[in-house]
Ligand binder design. Structure first.
Ligand code: ATP
Ligand code: MG
Length: 334
């Protein structure tokens, strides 16, 4: 039997370059070797967007198109919508007994996000508890591997703790999942912020047009210590070079190395480096745009993929829940 992958994204916006190098590339690569489930996490999106349901609704389709456009193949991967799997909500309730509030408050990602969203004083219970719900997502199909960006590793650790506790208390039912981070575990934003994110207005989206990419790149943050093209510049951590390294192909390597050298020694201006980056990114995005436009022409097909994927995921979750309830001695009248 193939091992299983479960992962997903919140429908809070379109997916961006950070998603690609953090997680999507691994999903495309591993979909043959693993039985893969990819979830559009609308329930989790609502934990900090419950006042804006239309945004979540609109982005279900965008995220589905993003998946299909990067090459997640619906014949190999089950794509589904979280809220349509009630077993996940059930499991979340069971797992809540196995976690303390103090442990959730110590979760470094939850802490950062609460600060960023100004929730420190009045955090909604649903938001604080989203790592518990993530444990339910991962275990509802008893997944072994979770391809994610680095910010999600604390969630995997929390899931592993819940799984160990469950198995100790009720018997060995659940797999202890491992996280797998991509080639850039945390891609910087165009503004130099340490994480490109849908909510920080610092993202280049997989669906951006060539013109949008150009506009964003030309106004990117680079090296603040460098005032003139003849000043020696910093390459390490400079978003322009981070993106060149992440999205240049093998045949671009020599050119990138030479640009870095010229930048370090004050022999090239930002504009030239940025123009080159625009070209690299558009080469990378062109095939993705092409596939996206094919699927955009066929919304019935996208809906069918989501509907069938959701039915399949639900059937799997039902089976897992039956085992869990039996272990917890709450399998009445069967
Ligand atoms: P939001 O701002 O709504 O939280 P997000 O951009 O953080 O959006 P998520 O849907 O929360 O995106 O994350 C989905 C997956 O993509 C997670 O595994 C996350 O770690 C990964 N990811 C998101 N941003 C990046 C990034 N900049 N670099 C690497 N991985 C990322
Ligand atoms: Mg996030």
């Amino acid at each position: 039997m193939k091992k299983r992958i479960l992962t997903g994204d919140r429908p809070t916006g379109k997916l961006h370059l950070g998603h690609f190098v953090g997680s999507l590339a691994n999903r495309v690569k591993l979909q043959d070797e693993y039985e893969q489930f990819v979830m559009i996490a609308d329930v989790q999106a609502l934990t900090d967007n419950f006042e804006n349901p239309q945004k979540v609704r609109d982005n279900i389709n965008e995220v589905a198109l993003d998946y299909l456009s990067v090459g997640i193949d619906p014949k190999k991967t089950t794509i589904f919508i979280q809220s349509m799997i009630p077993q996940i909500a059930e499991l979340t309730i069971f797992y809540m007994n196995l976690v303390t509030v103090a442990r959730l408050q110590r979760n470094p990602t939850v802490k950062d996000e609460m600060k960023q969203k100004g929730m420190e004083e009045n955090v909604p219970l649903g938001f604080l508890a989203y790592p518990v719900s993530q444990a339910a997502d991962i275990t509802c199909v008893n997944a072994d591997l979770v391809p994610v960006g680095e910010d999600q590793l604390p969630m995997i650790e929390q899931t592993r703790e819940i799984v160990r506790r469950f198995n100790t208390l009720y018997g060995n039912v659940l797999h202890e999942p491992k996280g797998l981070v991509g080639s850039s575990p945390r891609l910087v934003g165009t503004d130099g912020n340490n994480k490109m994110s849908k909510s920080l207005n610092n993202a280049i989206f997989l669906s951006d047009s060539a013109d949008e990419v150009e506009k964003k790149v030309m106004s990117m943050y680079t090296d603040p210590t460098r005032l003139k093209a003849t000043d020696p510049g910093h390459v390490e951590g400079n978003p322009v070079f981070v993106y060149l390294d992440a999205f240049g192909t093998d045949k671009d390597k020599d050119q990138i190395t030479s640009l870095k050298e010229r930048y370090r020694t004050g022999q090239v201006g930002d504009v030239e480096v940025k123009k080159y980056l625009v070209q690299i990114l558009n080469n990378f995005l062109d095939p993705i745009r092409k596939r996206r436009s094919e699927y955009e022409k066929n919304p019935e097909l996208v809906e069918k993929i989501l509907k069938e994927g959701t039915e399949k995921a639900r059937a799997e979750a039902q089976q897992t829940l039956a085992k869990i309830k039996k272990a917890m001695k709450i399998d009445y009248f069967s």
